[in-house]
Design a protein around this ligand. Sequence first.
Ligand code: FAD
Ligand code: NAP
Length: 543
Amino acid sequence: MAETQIQQSDAGSSYDAVIVGAGFAGLYMLHRLKRQGLQARIFEAGSGVGGTWFWNRYPGARCDIPSVEYSYQFSDELQQEWEWSEKYATQAEILKYANHVAERFDLFGDIQFNTKVEQSAYDDEQRLWRVTLSNAEQVTAQYVIMATGCLSVPNFPKIKGLEDFSGNVYHTGLWPHEGVDLTGKRVGVIGTGSSAIQSIPIIADQAQSVTVFQRTPNYSVPARNAPLDPEFVADIKSRYQEYRAQNWQRGFGADFRDSERSALEVSEAEREAEYEERWAKGGLAFLAAFADLPFDDAANATARDFIAAKIADAVDDPELAKKLTPDTPVGCKRLCVDTNYYQTFNRDDVTLVDLREHPLQAVTATSVKTASAEYEVDCLILATGFDAMTGAVTQVDIRGSGGQSLQDKWQEGPRAYLGLATAGFPNLFLITGPGSPSVLSNMLPSIEQHVEWVSDCIAYLNGHQFAAIEAQADAEDAWVEHVNETAELSIYPNCNSWYLGANVEGKKRVFMPYLGVPPYVEKCREVVANNYEGFSLVQLSPH
Ligand code: FAD
Ligand code: NAP
């Protein structure tokens, strides 16, 4: 395919669509729009494709959904030809895959790297977006697609004295590309979410010592990662489409072997056997052992007790095991997947500091101080997560119809219709936006579903002489209410997770993702079948 022939004018380049971000969402969006014959361009802040897998290069980074599922399905040739080497691919392998996709589908020529989108303002008169880039260039486009990622803006907590620290400070989400040699270093790690849980065992193998500063313990299930069995791969590849279709019927859109049984309807022995089997196989499928784990406290408590016993088995010191054991429902904060995380705390050179017992007070030039002790460290790793789901969207100064600011509109929490669009912002699309299953699903299929919905929508608008589409405020209100009601039926609002924005100081506490892939996909289909129900479509008219 030829590189986009853009129209140049005094007002800058003009495109049919500007796509923000070159992660898996942006890449597939570009491919689809190019195939539809549109002039589209990606602007990407980083210097390469891959998004999450471009930025998160910390030791041990890998996916926690099996790679045969955490991969694109839009091209059967691609899914047949690509060979994953392990059950859970490493960051490096996933990044290689993203580059392969960009190369294979001839996308590089239409991506501008090292370019941040800073502002996007809708011109009601001309019905186009004026997009301002970090190089001060301005471009215009009929459509803007925010493929900016749910977990792409690192969260830097305000810790007193952090700026005075004399050693290096690393964030897992912005890990140096050349790697970091931690040999002989006394390393401090702040945070115990998925990034910390993946990296701590590997850091401990390299560093002189590791001090882990834990505010809230997390549940983690063993990954049981291993090289992929060629017979297993051959079997999946022989029925890939059928396999993918089955997964679309599952709650999280992934092959978690969803059970329909209640944890409370089976005998204790049966329950334990089910948990044991899933623990032995490893991975997030643990969460689907019983249908009511995400919805019923008593059912969930059985999973809590099971994992608590496993932590007690893994950790030699019972007091330490207790500190590492969460008191929240399993899955309320995203379940983690690890290799030897809890066991790492048996090492003499690894120390756990419980910040709930001993609050973090300050960082000095050489140490981290809690209310009761001071820990000398040579470098600090912030495994402190992201301004999730809204951070990357609200970082851009987006102005919709009449100059309305999206930051203002979302101040009390994000409002979006199906997580795809937001009222007052015509021709602006969100990929895996708030109100879609996104982070409560296998994200690659969810990304593909959104990209296909958006590209089909654009094809429909262009084919039917429509100039613009916009979510209706009442449809958006009803959807936001439905998202909240669904969440209220579950255990998800019962802890301080990033799903609620609770990890970022001052962020409004609102549950952001939608729970349930199959009903969501069905709703998206219905909306289209009913002529874009809940959206207003504006006919082309001479200005
Ligand atoms: P991203 O990959 O985040 O890409 C967004 C891109 O947009 C980034 O490159 C960013 O630089 C760019 N960008 C943002 N704002 C701007 C701007 N204003 N201007 C220009 N560029 C901009 N999900 C799973 O389902 N399974 C997993 O196993 C899994 N593992 C994960 C592991 C880690 C460490 C993390 C952080 C997330 C993980 N996720 C996982 C979620 C993961 O983010 C998604 O699966 C997926 O990669 C998101 O792709 P994306 O294209 O939507 O966004
Ligand atoms: P996270 O889950 O948000 O964890 C951040 C950690 O930092 C939490 O333990 C948090 O404690 C702690 N923290 C934040 N601010 C702090 C402060 N001021 N003082 C002390 N501690 C503080 O972030 P993450 O680990 O980067 O993971 C984010 C998401 O990315 C995951 O949930 C997952 O969806 C994805 N991910 C997946 C994988 C994978 O296995 N494939 C790996 C990494 C990430 P509190 O809990 O008390 O807030």
